[in-house]
Every structure is written in structure tokens, then in C-alpha cells.
Design a protein around this ligand. Structure first.
Ligand SMILES: [Zn+2]
Length: 284
């Protein structure tokens, strides 16, 4: 496979086709390239080749926005680089290595994926879980004197989620905080919709023109604003339902939420709403 990297700004390129995993991108610094997210082993190889077609200075870093497989499973292709993720991302990956990603279980998961969509089997071929080599708490900053790359922890989509900001070019990688033009996956057990809303509010205050979402096409603040108002409206409505004693299934079936994008599958929307119900029930 060949991966096309589309120019987003002077130093930033991205692939937002979404056919082989989450969106990925790269920031070209004077001393080398900084990759953001890695998809799966098969597509990560094509991603790396595409980066090396843009620069002969090599890849120095891979930044991981969160631990989900469609963003981190390709990390093995960047094993010679510094791999950076939030401390909670690394802890979550370490935990999964003893659970869903333990040798037998990982094989089973891959077998299921292969059977469900054999045409995508090449993506997972030879998968090995590779952990971040560097973690951080609030911010991780790189730069070459002209271009700064700021990785900022936000939480929200997952506890260890981060965004990547290039202030000089007013570009932001939002990771899976932003599912552009579609209903988000918000049912991760560590997803925190309050922090997610705070992250949207922070992005709205930032000097940003172009936003590379975790999934979906190139976006801007108008798209973030749209998600922000939907999240806030659902929070208000769901808290009211919980206050009135609605059950989880009543809250999921409720038709009083504002209209929003359709989800890739009905389960994605329902499981996201179930998670929010549990989250705000605990918080009551
Ligand atoms: Zn995700």
C-alpha cells in the first residue's frame, strides 16, 4: 500500500482518509520528522515510507495521542524512535498487556478481526505491542528554534489522551477528542465527558486555524464548537434524567437530545450514552 500525506501547513502533513486506521500526521523539524499516531503495522510501514519521501532527515519521534489500537498498533514500525505518550497511556497499555493484549488473548482478538474483515488482515500481520519510551505529565515540548511541537495532556476520550499543537502554524492534532462529521466513540471505560468538554473549551481559546481530527476530514474550530454544544446539551439533559430517576436504558432511548451526526454503528452511540449515564450517575 502507498499512503498519501496531504499538506496541512508549511511543516505539517497528514493522512485523513480513515481507511486503514485513525488519522496520522507528521511535523517536519530541521533535525527530523515527528510522527503523530501510527495506525496498524501494515499501514504504519506505508506511513513511514511516505514520511521518508518528504524528508531525508529521518524520523526522530512518534507521539501517541491515546492508547486505542487504531492509533498505537503501528508503533513497532517506529521502534528506533523516541515514542512519547502520557503516563496514563503507558500504564493502560501495560495493564492491557496482562489482559486483552496478553499473548493468547491478542491472538484471539486478531483472529476475530481477520474473520470479520479478511480484506483488512494485512493491517495486523506481525503485530507486536510496543510501549512508549518516554512519558510525561502535563506537557511534552519539542522544537527546532522555528517550529514548536507541544503535546498537551487533556484526558476526555481516554484518561491518557493528549493533543499536539504547532503554535507557529496554528495547527492542532486533536486525536480522538474530535471525530469530525460523525458521532464520537465516547464509551471507553476511562472516558471523562466533563474533561472532554473542558478540552473542547480549551481548544476554542487556542490560536488554531486547522485541526486534524482523530477521525474524519480536516476541520476547524467550528467543528469543535459543534461537538462542544452537543456534549453540553447531552450533559444537561442526561443529568436531568438521572435526577428524575430514569434508568440507563430510558436515558439511552430518550429522544430529547439535540440532533447530531449519525454514528458509524447504532452500538457506538448507545454505548457512548450508557457510559455517560454511568459517569454522571456516579457523580450525582
Ligand atoms: Zn480512540
Amino acid at each position: 500500500m502507498e499512503m498519501r500525506l496531504e499538506k496541512v501547513s508549511d511543516s505539517v502533513y497528514a493522512n485523513m482518509e480513515g481507511k486503514t486506521g485513525g488519522n496520522v500526521g507528521v511535523i517536519l523539524l530541521k533535525y527530523g520528522a515527528v510522527a503523530v499516531d501510527a495506525q496498524y503495522p501494515g499501514s504504519a510501514k506505508a506511513f513511514r515510507e511516505a514520511i521518508e519521501g518528504l524528508t531525508d532527515r529521518g524520523v526522530t519521534h512518534l507521539l501517541l495521542t491515546h492508547y486505542h489500537g487504531d492509533h498505537v498498533f503501528g508503533s513497532q514500525v517506529f521502534e528506533d524512535c523516541e515514542i512519547v505518550g502520557h503516563r496514563l497511556l503507558r500504564e493502560r497499555m501495560e495493564h492491557l498487556l496482562g489482559e486483552d493484549w496478553a499473548p493468547g488473548n491478542l491472538e484471539k482478538m486478531l483472529e476475530n478481526l481477520r474473520q470479520r474483515s479478511p480484506e483488512r488482515a494485512w493491517l495486523y500481520e506481525g503485530l507486536r505491542i510496543v510501549l512508549p519510551t518516554k512519558t510525561f505529565e502535563e506537557r511534552f515540548i519539542l522544537g527546532d528554534g522555528e517550529i514548536t511541537v507541544e503535546m498537551i495532556h487533556t484526558g476526555g476520550h481516554t484518561a491518557g489522551s493528549s493533543i499536539v499543537y504547532i503554535p507557529e502554524e496554528r495547527v492542532l492534532f486533536a486525536g480522538d477528542l474530535l471525530f469530525a462529521k460523525t458521532f464520537p466513540w465516547a464509551g471507553d471505560e476511562s472516558a471523562d465527558p466533563d474533561k472532554w468538554i473542558e478540552a473542547f473549551e480549551m481548544i476554542m481559546e487556542m490560536d488554531v486555524e486547522r485541526i486534524i481530527p482523530g477521525h474524519g476530514p480536516l476541520s476547524d474550530k467550528a467543528e469543535v464548537e459543534k461537538h462542544l454544544s452537543f456534549f453540553k446539551a447531552v450533559r444537561e439533559e442526561m443529568k436531568r434524567l438521572i435526577e428524575e430517576g430514569a434508568t440507563m436504558e430510558e436515558a439511552v432511548k430518550h429522544d430529547g437530545y439535540p440532533p447530531f451526526y449519525e454514528a458509524k454503528t447504532p452500538e457506538r452511540r448507545e454505548n457512548s450514552l450508557r457510559h455517560w449515564y454511568r459517569f454522571w450517575s456516579r457523580k450525582k
